[in-house]
Design a protein around this ligand. Sequence first.
Ligand code: CDP
Length: 227
Amino acid sequence: MRKITIAIDGYSACGKSTTAKEVAAILGYRYIDSGAMYRAVTLYFLDNHISLTNPKEIDRALSQIHLSFHLNSHSASDAFMNGVNVENKIRKMRISENVSQVSTIKEVRHAMVSQQRKLGKDKGIVMDGRDIGSVVFPNAELKLFLTADIQVRAYRRQQELLEKDKLVDLDTILSNITDRDRIDSTRKESPLIKAKDAIGLDTTHVTIDEQVDEVVRMAISKILLKK
Ligand code: CDP
């Protein structure tokens, strides 16, 4: 059966990653969380005090960062940086508070997009992020753009963090996702936009299971579609 590329973009905490992960598992596709890559770069930049305004320093730092994904014992994909599992560290608020700024940097975007294209060269991939349908895989067979009410998004993110034993108050989360949405949508390099051929999905009143069923149904009809 022919393999396709599925791009899932949208605002923070709309359920992109959860949907992408489950859709990939059902189709037997690879799942890549592009946001985890920007989060890992942010971790490296903060830990190594990289100046965000010095292109040479940024290029040098990027050349030192090797990112990969490996399945953990729960069949979920963990992000590794230079051979070390950084999955837990990159989900902390310290990273959420800095990642959108780091993601505006041209050199960072070029390096990540090139790695993402390599990961997706054989298709059979579900990738979620902000510019996957618009920049990384403009020819993806299925493109989705997720939105949801901001209060619902903040609540869902709080629950997600709680499951990882991280208690963060709702106002902190709300202010963080509002800031990130603004920076992501207004940056110069590949801003968060809905690609012309992306299908919009408002997930405010939809459960994850319904969302996953809908995307799998769309993916199967694309897979069966004769070129
Ligand atoms: O899961 P959540 O929606 O909180 O965000 P994420 O997917 O982990 O992405 C974190 C941040 O990385 C975003 O707010 C963007 O600033 C950046 N990002 C990006 O610029 N381009 C992507 N393809 C993915 C993430």
